[in-house]
Design a binder for this molecule. Structure first.
Ligand code: GDD
Length: 326
């Protein structure tokens, strides 16, 4: 009988986690997932467990029980905006959580392959000097989220050097697709447009800084990259994961509005601005291209339309539920 590989996804209920389950299931893995606050809903493809990674005892127990072959460490406080509001919480989850995980791997299953998901935000001020930094460029992170992700990459490198753990790290750029939280820009805009279409009465969309530009990947490209990196990436190395293209947020907003037939008024909301912000990010992806078979496959315009259609369906369902209650 074929013995399936065991994968553990931390933060399995998050946006990327939901898609990664599909990918690993297709690849015939036995899948375990941890979630801090998500449902342990009935998904026959995955065994879900509640876990607060900042609790070392519980983390150690779960890793000891599962002893996975691969760990995809997605659990994170992943919003730059929230990191300005909750710097301590962001640090606890993103830094202490990672240390608890790696200490447990070191004790129970030091051969396990671990993917630590970092961020393009780690480059920070570097983008001002170099628009497409390689992984070897120095990082100057400029917000607490970015600092914790950069710290995570230093922690990862240390565990590789000192304890020979099999860790591969990413610097992931922005991603998008149906089911993403409306904390993030494209999902935020699509949700607002879908609500405007439903109500038709108040056609105003509230936006933040439209002058920044970001590199976006479809979430399915992201999970394919993570899978290929654990298979073919080099231990101890960091890989940029992005498309290599950059889009101004104003351009994306116009695209989303163009998908609607309504005349939508754009209003700038100063509360949506951040104290410090990178102007433009764009991924230099020659390293992942040369080390793996991964290539980006999905078209951004179609992904944005899929995201808008997801929100259209969701807001109608919500309205129908409300109507039933009345
Ligand atoms: N969320 C949001 N809402 N962002 C807006 C809005 C708005 O109404 N208007 C403009 N923006 C701008 C933000 O100021 C930022 O420049 C850009 O849109 C993208 O914002 P987010 O979607 O919140 O993402 P992020 O770039 O701050 O961080 C995301 O990408 C990182 C990788 O680059 C997150 O997914 C991080 O977890 C990830 O590491």
């Amino acid at each position: 009988m074929e013995i399936k590989k065991r994968a553990l996804i931390t933060g399995v209920s998050g946006f990327v986690g939901k898609y990664l389950i599909g990918k690993l299931y297709e690849e015939n893995y036995e899948i375990f997932g941890t979630t801090l606050s998500g449902d342990l809903y009935d998904d026959p493809r995955v065994t879900k467990l509640h876990l607060d990674l900042t609790d070392y005892y519980s983390t150690n127990k779960i890793i000891g029980e599962i002893e996975p072959d691969e760990i995809y460490h997605l659990a994170s406080q992943s919003s730059v905006k929230i990191s300005w509001e909750k710097p301590q919480f962001t640090t606890e989850v993103n830094s202490i959580g990672t240390i608890n995980l790696l200490e447990s791997v070191k004790e129970h299953c030091p051969k396990t392959k671990v993917l630590l998901v970092g961020s393009s935000e780690e480059y920070g001020e570097t983008f001002k000097i170099n628009k497409q930094p390689t992984e070897e460029e120095k990082c100057f992170p400029n917000n607490m989220y970015a600092i914790t992700k950069y710290t995570q990459s230093l922690i990862g490198k240390m565990y590789v050097k000192a304890y020979h753990l099999n860790i591969i790290m990413t610097r992931s750029f922005n991603h998008v697709g149906p089911e993403q939280s409306p904390q993030f820009v494209i999902s935020d805009f699509c949700k607002q447009v879908a609500e405007i279409e439903l109500l038709e009465s108040n056609p105003i969309i509230y936006v933040g800084n439209l002058e920044s530009a970001r590199d976006f990947l479809d979430v399915r490209d992201v999970v394919n990259a993570y899978y290929e990196l654990l298979k073919e990436g080099t231990v101890g190395e960091i890989y940029n994961v992005g498309s290599g293209k950059s889009y101004k947020i104003s351009e994306l907003l116009n695209k989303i509005i163009s998908f609607s037939n309504l005349d939508i008024i754009v209003k700038i909301d100063k509360n949506k601005f951040r104290p410090v912000e990178i102007e433009e990010t764009s991924a230099e992806i020659s390293k992942i291209i040369s080390d793996t078979k991964w290539r980006p496959q999905y078209n951004l315009e179609e992904t944005i339309l899929n995201t808008l259609n997801f929100w259209r369906k969701k807001v109608i369902e919500k309205q129908m539920k409300l109507n039933r209650k009345l």
